[in-house]
Design a protein around this ligand. Sequence first.
Ligand SMILES: Nc1ncnc2c1ncn2[C@@H]1O[C@H](COP(=O)(O)OP(=O)(O)O)[C@@H](O)[C@H]1O
Ligand SMILES: [Mg+2]
Length: 444
Amino acid sequence: MADKELISPPPNAASPEATCPKLEQMVSNMISQDFKKDYVVSVLGTAVFERLGLGEDWSIFESEMRFDDSQYVSVLSILNEALDALSLQRLDEEFGNFYTVFMRVVLSIDMIHDKRLQVVITNYFSSRFPGSNIEFIQKGSGRQFGCTAHIAFEGGPERARKYYVKTHSAGRFLSCISAPKAVDVKELMVYKILEKLGVGCESHFFHRSPQDVYIATLDASHGGSFKEFIAAAGDLYNRGDEEYGRTLWGGLNVISGDRRRHNREQIEECIREDSIANNFVTQIVILDMLSHILRLTDLLNNTGNFGFVFESETSLPKLKVIDFLIGDDNRFVNPSYFLTFVERNGFYRYWYLDRVLRYVLLDRAVNERVQSAIQVLTVGPLCGLLDCIDSALTDVEAYVKTTELFVDKDSLCRSLKEYHEAIRQNYAYFVDSLTAWMPVNSKK
Ligand SMILES: Nc1ncnc2c1ncn2[C@@H]1O[C@H](COP(=O)(O)OP(=O)(O)O)[C@@H](O)[C@H]1O
Ligand SMILES: [Mg+2]
């Protein structure tokens, strides 16, 4: 963050709300003046222009269609790709001039989306935090379009809050020449379930359109210190990361990268006796069980999407999920799925994981994995999962029902209810199957 400048407006700058229409007009003018077909054909050459296959579609640049219409976006994106490729070959001034104008259009469109987002964020948070001042930092990494919003209170630095705001997983990309799809409301429900369990961050939803729905999550470091698991896994190659890993998993550091050298008795004793190791196993089992029951992907396999927070100097590290995807449409867990969970942990590719994660999720004896999962689901941190699922449904249904922009409220609510039913059943299925499961050698 330190290397990024806060995008706070200079004192006399127009508000984002006022800036958007002006920028939109500027982009329309640039397009109508500089994208004349004859001119572009003369710059690119007839053969190259024809290869683009945009002959008839070109008329949209002369039409009233707005630049964020999906057809418009698709033409812009084809042109963008072709011009980027040509820019490696064409060094002449004529091409350079057109390419410069085109890039200005692209950057201006990105800027419009940034400003529009700032408007919706300001509208949403200024009523929740009256008297606050909001500043923005552009999102530098990841795929989804978004930013961070810094909420400050004059004379009250201790009240400051930082929110990570991004669009939903089928939404706009960071490079805004993309046609976003409508939000999958199930994704919002997962954010709420995680929040209610304390595994996710405080989350808020707001929107400009059914496609431009945004999720704001409170900084996982709020009131503590948070690092993504990628650091512990050593993938950042930073000095001190090894030491950080040890603070998460304690004595489990003895686990070797070579599974043939595991001293299972020693490791299991460590899990029983060392409170840090024991806490780590519990946190990872929570993540694993949530992945299976809510059918999440891009989570345990993506060490940038979850991490651990230390709420105080003496507290044990606590899991925080910051990003995920909802997996396939086949949302119900079934007997064959459960068998693969027992044998090799379902469809997740855990064998690529860091040595300690991999031990907990895969290399550990099945009986130990089953016992840990039962403990977490029935008396441990996930014993209240069903209540959280119910309460998340209520929240997201309320969001859908009170949002004018969602015209197909019934079908959105139906999709929420189906998901709600499926994940409740998955929970029950896991609890029942795990409880009934017996190791092969102890079956009669
Ligand atoms: N609530 C949060 N608290 C702390 N860091 C966050 C939070 N949300 C996002 N981040 C940071 O921003 C990065 C990108 O966010 P993410 O939601 O994973 O976006 P993307 O969908 O683009 O991958 C994360 O890897 C993490 O570093
Ligand atoms: Mg991510």
